[in-house]
Design a protein around this ligand. Structure first.
Ligand SMILES: [Zn+2]
Length: 109
């Protein structure tokens, strides 16, 4: 993911409309690129401040942003675990099939 693509993704992220591989790439970029992080933080704080003015809620926007990033990372990690488990299950199924074929071949043919 390049810096010039980030503007679009920052808006999507802030509006909770980023998912899957895009979300993973976004978080990875944000964690390594200071200028995109600043850009995202400014956007998030601005949007949050405007919302707070309407609602008179809390002002810990930085805390909210950090917790949003943490939660997004957890989602990405959970997605990776599920993908890995799926692969392991496919490998097990493949081995079971292979074992069955060898067994059939060795004892019945
Ligand atoms: Zn960047």
């Amino acid at each position: 993911m390049k810096c010039q693509d980030m503007e679009k993704y920052i808006t999507l992220f802030i509006n909770d409309r980023l998912s899957g591989i895009r979300m993973k790439e976004f978080i990875e970029h944000i964690e390594e690129c200071d200028s995109c992080f600043d850009e995202m933080e400014t956007n998030f704080l601005l949007k949050g401040a405007l919302k707070r003015l309407e609602e008179e809620g809390s002002y810990d926007l930085h805390g909210e942003l950090m917790s949003k990033i943490r939660n997004t990372k957890k989602c990405v990690e959970a997605h990776e675990v599920v993908t890995m488990l799926r692969r392991v299950m496919l490998i097990c199924a493949g081995m079971a099939l292979l074992f069955e074929l060898v067994f059939v071949y060795a004892f019945y043919l």
